[in-house]
Design a protein around this ligand. Structure first.
Ligand code: NAD
Length: 325
């Protein structure tokens, strides 16, 4: 257990993060570290192990069938799940992390660290954190920014909330998966920062799609328009890295070049807009742009369900074809 790290949730982000965490931990430990993976889809776990062992022959990577099993096998557990219900399920329900922690001797529970990188509701995260702490272990919320590209390149930014001692313990693990690790405050503070960031991103991706459609309709080449925006005051990640108009960027990396596959699902961006507008309601801060963006992503998902699982920059395709732009 001492030398072992578990990763739960091997989706678009988690699979890349686990790969970097495991490979760097393996090198650092001179091959002594052991790893455990767990995903609701067991075939996803097996595919990960097959790929990892091909790259690192002899590495010890096992598949756990429940989060409890993953927790009992390792001192450090990272979770990267879609949202609040999945985090509740993995941590507090039957076969979850908290019941498993309660079954451990107090010293062993105390040596355990949980890092949750999911973007979820702040109050749910605080409740889960308090359950983990009551069971004796340490936990941080450490949501990420940087997308699948950043996850692959290990250049993510981690926005961390939790007690400072837990942050210090999580720090070296996070540096295996990212470049910037920012301490934001107590439990939930990392999530507040993440939700504020994604509020901006969600709004920007829509307005970049609008500008790209408008400029092309008026005769501009998408390459010329994107290069103007990206060297002017409209520059932002949604245009410079995730430009939604095919052929706008010189490289072929944005999701629009693969029919919006991969990247950050529209349904997850809709979830993040909901997290922001829920916080607006509970704090009384007005979010007119956030509410408008939430409505647009909700329309994308309901009017063109195929786009729900595609990258959220497919809002461009929605505006162009479904709304007749
Ligand atoms: P995803 O849907 O691709 O992956 C989620 C994974 O969790 C899936 O493999 C799923 O099978 C697994 N899972 C679901 N319930 C489970 C359970 N009970 N037990 C074990 N595994 C379970 O999502 P993603 O794009 O990897 O995003 C993960 C989180 O990261 C989300 O909160 C998202 O908002 C956030 N995020 C995503 C991006 C991005 O660009 N994709 C960027 C920043 C943050």
């Amino acid at each position: 257990r001492q030398n072992s790290v578990s990763f739960i949730g091997l989706g678009r982000m988690g699979s890349e993060m686990a790969y970097n965490l495991f490979s760097r931990t393996l090198v650092e430990s001179n091959g002594a570290a052991r790893f455990v993976v767990c995903d609701a889809r067991e075939e996803t776990s097996h595919a990960f192990v097959k790929n990892f062992v091909t790259q690192f022959p002899g590495a010890h990577v096992e598949v756990a069938t429940t989060p409890a099993e993953a927790l009992l096998a390792s001192r450090t557990v990272v979770t990267m799940l879609p949202s609040s219900p999945h985090v509740r399920n993995v941590y507090v329900e039957e076969d979850g992390i908290v019941p498993a922690l309660r079954s451990l001797p107090p010293d062993t529970a105390r040596s355990t660290l949980c890092i949750d990188s999911t973007t979820l509701d702040v109050e749910v995260a605080r409740t889960v954190a308090s359950e983990v702490q009551k069971a004796g272990a340490a936990i941080v919320d450490a949501p990420v920014s940087g997308g699948v590209t950043g996850a692959k390149a290990a250049t993510l930014s981690f926005l961390v909330g939790g007690p400072e001692h837990a942050f210090q313990r999580a720090h070296p693990h996070l540096l295996h998966m990212g470049k910037n690790v920012i301490y934001c405050g107590d439990s939930g503070a990392g999530l507040v920062a993440k939700i504020c960031n994604n509020l901006i991103l969600g709004v920007q991706q829509i307005v970049v799609a609008e500008a790209m459609l408008l400029g092309q309709k008026l005769g501009l080449d998408p390459k010329v328009l994107a290069s103007v925006i990206n060297s002017s005051t409209g520059a932002c990640w949604a245009s410079a890295v995730n430009n939604p108009a095919p052929s706008a960027l010189p490289d072929k990396s944005p999701p629009c070049e693969r029919d919006y596959e991969g990247g950050f699902a529209t349904s997850l961006m809709l979830k993040d807009m909901g997290l922001a507008t829920d916080l607006a309601e509970s704090t009384g801060i007005p979010l007119p742009m956030g509410h408008a963006a939430e409505k647009i992503y909700a329309d994308v998902v309901s009017e063109d369900p195929e786009l729900s699982n595609k990258d959220f920059s497919s809002v461009y395709r929605y505006l162009r074809y479904t709304r007749g732009g």
